[in-house]
Design a binder for this molecule. Structure first.
Ligand code: DAT
Length: 178
């Protein structure tokens, strides 16, 4: 069954603004915000807790099994710092949020991230690790890089993605008519 609603991944380094962006987008589009962190925790898709990094050790197979009856039907915004584990066939748009080091540092510091984890995330943002991962995992034409430095950015990104969704739906109708 072709999807009548698209699936969008919002990815990027922790602290870049994924959750804020997804919430705004979900409110304005009706697409369902899926926090993958929350799902990993709630559905037990992990092999325990990593005390040093203060995060779950994700079991990717369990996670995909748990999502495969819902996500492919469409209408989801997937909120996670990784994207390359999701099958290409599930995904219509990959949004990679970016921010500058000073802002990221302040946001992660406010979250009391352990120093090692904070530094690794700053390095990851500077090295464009998640942008690279998105470009390797998906067609270049569905990967977009957007700034997330300010609340105006969040609004502007939301408007751009809403316009993209409208076009995606128009194309779908065009395909059905054709
Ligand atoms: P993520 O889900 O990527 O970890 P978040 O949405 O939880 O990030 O945001 C982390 C913090 O930074 C939170 O306090 C909100 C703030 N923030 C995120 N994006 C922002 C933006 N574009 N402008 C201003 N503040 C932002």
């Amino acid at each position: 069954m072709p999807r009548t609603q698209p699936n969008i991944i919002v990815t990027g380094t922790p602290g870049v603004g994924k959750t804020s962006q997804c919430e705004l987008l979900s409110t304005n589009t009706g697409l369902k915000h899926l926090s993958i962190n929350q799902i990993v925790k709630d559905r037990g898709c992990h092999d325990g807790w990593d005390a040093e990094y203060k995060s779950w050790i994700v079991d990717e197979d369990k996670l995909l099994d748990s999502l495969e009856s819902e996500v492919p039907t469409g209408g989801y915004i997937l909120d996670w710092h990784a994207c390359d584990l999701f099958p290409e066939s599930w995904i219509d748009l990959v949004v990679v949020l970016r921010t500058n080091s000073t802002k990221l540092y302040d946001r992660l510091k406010a979250r009391n991230y352990p120093e090692k984890k904070l530094q690794e995330n700053l390095d990851s943002e500077i090295m464009e690790v998640l942008l690279e991962e998105a470009r390797e995992g998906f067609d270049a034409e569905i990967v977009v890089e957007l700034r997330s430095d300010s609340t105006q950015d969040l609004e502007g990104n939301m408007e751009r993605i809403v316009a993209w969704i409208e076009n995606w739906k128009k194309d779908l109708v065009g395909e059905e008519d054709g």
